[in-house]
Design a binder for this molecule. Structure first.
Ligand SMILES: Nc1nc2c(c(=O)[nH]1)N[C@H]1C(S)=C(S)[C@@H](COP(=O)(O)O)O[C@H]1N2
Ligand SMILES: [Mo]
Length: 251
């Protein structure tokens, strides 16, 4: 059974309301509460840490769009039936959402496209020394997590991708502050066109406060977990496991 994500038609509240609800959930999390309490007591730095994590990444205008948005890393996955999905236009593709959620769900691309979308023009910064400005549209991750009933004990969201590098599955993970950040979206469009294969069709993560390698392309499955040590090399992502990259790649 394919679940129906809230659509524009059946939405009771607009994106603003849902995003606000997302913020409430962050403030309710035990970790954030603890840090906020610390901040109240004494440490300006703890307070600043929380404030900074919630701040928005700069947004740009259409005049700033890069004429070419480079493709980096995997250009077209060879794995896991991806070619078959391309061949039929992702009609049978489903985003699986599971782990620590009340309602494990599968969403079609049509449903994700019909859901309330956020559009943002942001700069992507790759550690290899290039940047590009693009206009991304997609479903706020917080909205989707609220819909599937994320457990209060979940601490990380893991993104499992279709591709492998060096024979290892590409994956990434973020914490709940980023998961519910208003600019964290599951993007289905770049520059008002459906995502190309090079840029991660049919769905990729945009987590705008972090570097390029966190922007998982070809997202097939999302998993809510309490800890990262049980997954692959245990450090929360392909580059973290295999190259010693920082898990939190804040910009
Ligand atoms: N699944 C997957 N996601 C990925 C990668 C990859 O190889 N596979 N490369 C990462 C890196 S290092 C960068 S800079 C960006 C590149 O995104 P782009 O190809 O849309 O420019 O995707 C990131 N996400
Ligand atoms: Mo990158």
């Amino acid at each position: 059974m394919t679940s129906q994500l809230i659509t524009r038609r059946n939405a009771l509240i607009g994106t603003g309301g849902l995003l606000l609800a997302g913020c409430d959930r962050i403030t309710a999390s035990p970790t954030v509460k603890r840090v906020l309490t610390l901040g109240e007591k004494a440490t300006m730095s703890a307070q600043r840490l929380v404030t900074d994590r919630h701040a928005l990444a700069p947004e740009f205008t259409r005049a700033d769009l890069s004429p070419v948005f480079r493709v980096n890393g995997t250009r077209s996955p060879n794995d896991g039936g991806y070619a078959a999905h391309v061949a039929n236009g992702f009609a049978d593709w489903r985003l699986e959402v599971g782990g620590m959620v009340a309602k494990p769900s599968r969403f079609s691309l049509a449903n994700l496209r019909a859901a309330p979308a956020r559009t943002q023009i942001t700069r992507h910064d790759c550690v290899e020394g290039w940047s590009a400005i693009g206009e991304w549209s997609g479903v706020p991750l917080g909205l989707l997590l609220r819909q599937v009933g994320l457990s209060g004990n979940a601490r990380y969201i893991v993104f499992h991708c279709a591709d492998t590098l060096e024979g290892k599955p590409y994956y990434e993970s973020i914490d709940m502050v980023d998961a519910f950040h208003p600019q964290t979206i599951l993007a289905h469009s770049l520059n008002r066109q459906p995502l190309s294969i090079g840029h991660g069709a049919p769905l990729r993560l945009r987590v705008e406060r972090q570097l390029g390698y966190k922007q998982a392309k070809y997202v097939m499955r999302i998993e809510a977990v309490a800890a990262l040590d049980g997954i692959a090399g245990g450090k929360g992502g392909f580059w973290e496991d295999n190259r010693g990259y920082q898990w939190y790649a804040g910009i």
